[in-house]
Structure formats: C-alpha cells, structure tokens
Write a protein that binds this ligand. Structure first.
Ligand code: ADE
Length: 237
C-alpha cells in the first residue's frame, strides 16, 4: 500500500479528488491511500490561527512554523519516527515531470505540504522538507491542486492502479515523445475516415505509422521535446 499524506488547511479539496474515478478505485482496492491532514488541528492558540504577519513588512500573511512542524511530527510518529520524503508544493521549484513521477512512485509513503497565504515560515521548511516541486510557471492560490496533480501522476505509475491490462509506462512521455492520434468507431464521422493503415491488421506498418505520427506531433506541438529526442538519438548512434 502506497500512502500519500497531504498536509493542508483545506482537506475537503483533497478528499473530493481522492473520492473520484481511478483514485477512488485504487483506494477502495487498498493499492494506495490518500489522507488529508488538517494543519489547523495542530494550532495551540485560542482562535486556531495558523497565519501571522511577515517580518520585514510586505503584503499578506504567512503560515507559522509551529502548527506545520507539529502536524508533520504527528505523521512521522505514526511511522515510528522514520524519515519520510516530504514535498513542498511551490512555484519556486523545479517543474514536475514524468521522470519525477516515476521516481516518487517507488516511495511507500510521501508527505505533501500545501502552502496558503503568502507561503510558509522558511525555518520549518528547512527543518522538514526534502523536495520542492512546482507544477508550472504560474501562481495558484494554494498547493492543494498541485499536490493532487503530483499524486495523480505518481499513483498511476504504481502497479495495479490502472488495472492489470495497462501500464503507466506505455503512454505519452515514455520515450520523450507525445502520443500518436487514436480512433474508435465509426470508421467514418463528419466525412472523416480512420487512416487505412489502422484497419489493415498489419502490425509492423501500424507501429511504423504510429511512431511517425508521434514524431511529427512532437515536432509541431513541442519542438523543445523534439530537439531533445533528436539529440538523444544522435548520442546513441
Ligand atoms: N502553489 C502555488 N502555485 C504553485 C505552482 N505553480 N506549483 C506548485 N505549487 C504551487
């Protein structure tokens, strides 16, 4: 069982995604578990406040170190105080990709920390965070959606999550290329027909066509990935 903890001020956001579709199926099958842990439960002040003003001035409030630290400690204590990879979701970080998803899919437990307001007191981050991850160069209102984006990509690499028949490795980005176009019934729709080769039953030709389509699509839509692919192929030969 792979267990993903999400430290958050908005557990409902996590639960609603975890309770839907393939994530729900994987949780029901006890292949993974996702647990939202409410940072607010670890406050020690009368009004359960987690935020305070920032030293040095500037707009906005900051999440304080103490509740975040105590929340994290409580999770570790459930694992005999063992070290667990702890990921802080922030735009000030390397951008998440398939390689990171594959790497994190090997971890039995991961803790995701979601910030709100203007961020979190740096001292607690230094103390508990092992990995910093961004999901892209834009700023969201909190780390919950980014954490669930990561968990989705990680969980689908865990054996069994997609069901026995499909492996997470056989899809886009597997070889650094985008996926080829696909078609289902009917053969003709809006005057457009399915490419002949796909109905030929000739597997070698179909593979060849798909590879060409992948290459062309990548070249057009993601020239950056295409260049990297060409370089890799050049280095290999
Ligand atoms: N929190 C706010 N924006 C974010 C982003 N782009 N990636 C990860 N965490 C975030």
């Amino acid at each position: 069982m792979h267990k993903y903890y999400v430290m958050t001020l908005f557990p409902d956001m996590i639960d609603s995604i975890a309770g839907t579709s393939i994530m729900k199926r994987a949780i029901d099958a006890s292949i993974i578990d996702i647990e939202a842990v409410n940072i607010r439960d670890y406050t020690v002040n009368k009004h359960n406040r987690v935020d305070d003003y920032t030293y040095g001035g500037g707009a906005g409030m900051l999440m304080q170190a103490q509740p975040v630290y105590d929340c994290h400690k409580a999770i570790l204590e459930r694992h005999q105080g063992r070290k667990i990879r702890t990921v802080y979701m922030t735009p000030q970080a390397p951008i998440f990709d398939q390689k990171m998803a594959r790497d994190l899919a090997d971890e039995e437990e991961i803790i995701f920390l979601c910030g709100h307001y203007e961020g979190i007191d740096e001292r607690v981050l230094e103390e508990i965070v092992t990995d910093y991850i961004s999901i892209g160069d834009y700023v969201l209102t909190g780390g919950e959606l980014p954490a669930m984006v990561c968990i989705d990509a990680i969980a689908r690499m865990v054996p069994g999550v997609l069901g026995n028949e499909i492996s997470g490795e056989t899809e886009s980005f597997d070889d650094g290329l985008l996926e080829y176009p696909q078609y289902s019934r009917p053969v003709e729709w809006m005057g457009k027909t399915v490419p002949d080769v796909l109905m030929s039953g000739h597997h070698a030709n179909i593979e060849k066509w798909r590879k060409e389509q992948s290459l062309e699509r990548t070249r057009q839509r993601r020239p950056d990935l295409y260049e990297k692919y060409i370089e890799r192929m050049r280095d290999r030969s």
